[in-house]
Ligand binder design. Structure first.
Ligand code: TXA
Ligand code: MG
Length: 317
């Protein structure tokens, strides 16, 4: 499904929810209210739908996204919930708390959602409209805040229409979000760490855990935890803007530039974004030590693809 034309305004009644769930099933983009802010949702198992989230927001980088589900039980099928994380999930969900958990590969979450990581951010939002939409859809929904990149998060349907009208398929109007700021994010993949302060007070989380959370390092940007070193990068050395492979290189093609693998034969940036992390993992699986990558246009989703490739090509320790 490709968005064309005007954005549909949907009511929070059963007919509106059913329509919204149908659009998600077809791979469309639907903005919906949660208790924190409006999210821009797509089926988290559909890589091209997820790529279009980045396209619609004009986001110049692939930060991993939060996966929204209807229940603790469903959350446990996406990420591993055990011991402290299960207790925290049961006590705090539904609510404005996001937990970063070990990813269950069998859940089929698109690698673009996790930016290729082996962890996944999951939450069960509170709020009648979000709950009914997620239940009706019956699967995981990837959703960042429903605003153009770099702009303020939306707390009403009107904000969403102003920012993304014409660029997404539909907006479900559920009135004003009651929390009005994003969820608190706790990393439970390793030692519990605060990644973002938000709707649940950090003190409440610490009390539940029975221990203080590791605070971000001085000067560390806690609002963009997924951005730097923790990101997945292939083991091989990467050469960008290559028009052909040199001796010993594995070539990753794009458009008219062929390769051993390609991001998109037809030069489609949505397709390239959707398979980028799959291709990087494939290069690792092939044991590629030196990788040449075809030029990707620096426009639209190409900016985010190039950002990711430049990070992967940068010298590492
Ligand atoms: O309240 C909210 O959380 C809203 C509503 C729509 O649910 N969503 C939201 O999403 O704020 P977004 O994409 O703006 O923020 C997601 C944050 C990013 O900072 C990202 O780096 C982090 O979650 N994140 C996602 N997956 C992660 C992972 N596996 N490891 C570390 N951080 C992760
Ligand atoms: Mg945001």
């Amino acid at each position: 499904r490709r968005h064309k034309g005007a954005t549909l305004g949907l009511g929070p009644d059963d007919a509106g929810i059913a329509r919204a769930a149908g659009i998600l099933r077809e791979g469309g983009l639907v903005a919906f209210p949660t208790e924190t802010v409006y999210g821009l949702g797509a089926d988290a198992r559909n890589a091209e739908a997820v790529a279009r989230i980045y396209e619609a927001k004009g986001r110049p980088s692939f930060n991993p996204l939060i996966v929204h589900v209807a229940s603790v039980e469903e959350a446990g099928r996406i990420g591993e919930l055990r011991g402290a994380s299960r207790a925290m999930a049961q006590a705090m969900w539904p609510g404005p708390l996001t937990l970063v958990l070990p990813l269950r590969e069998e859940a089929g979450i698109a690698p673009l959602v996790t930016a290729g990581l082996s962890s996944v951010a999951v939450r069960v939002p509170r709020g009648d409209v979000a709950g009914r939409l997620l239940t009706e859809f019956g699967g995981p929904v990837a959703a960042p805040s429903a605003n153009p990149s770099g702009r303020v998060s939306p707390t009403t349907a009107t904000h969403v229409f102003k920012g993304l009208g014409g660029k997404i398929d539909a907006v479900v109007d559920g009135g004003t979000c009651d929390v009005g700021l994003e969820s608190t994010i706790i990393d439970l993949y390793g030692t519990p760490r605060l990644l973002r302060a938000g709707g649940v007070p950090v003190e409440d989380v610490e009390e539940m855990l029975g221990m203080p959370l590791i605070a971000p390092l001085p000067g560390e940007e806690i609002t963009a935890p997924g951005q730097l070193s923790s990101h997945y990068a292939p083991a091989g050395a990467i050469r960008l803007d290559a028009t052909e492979a040199r001796e010993g290189e594995v070539m990753l093609g794009f458009g008219a530039v062929p390769g051993d693998l390609t991001l998109s034969k037809s030069g489609d940036l949505v397709e390239a974004a959707a398979c980028l992390f799959d291709r990087l993992h494939q290069l690792d699986a092939m044991g590629a030590e030196r990788i040449a990558v075809a030029p990707i246009p620096e426009a639209g989703l190409g900016r985010a693809i190039n950002d990711r490739l430049r990070r992967a090509a940068a010298p590492r320790d």
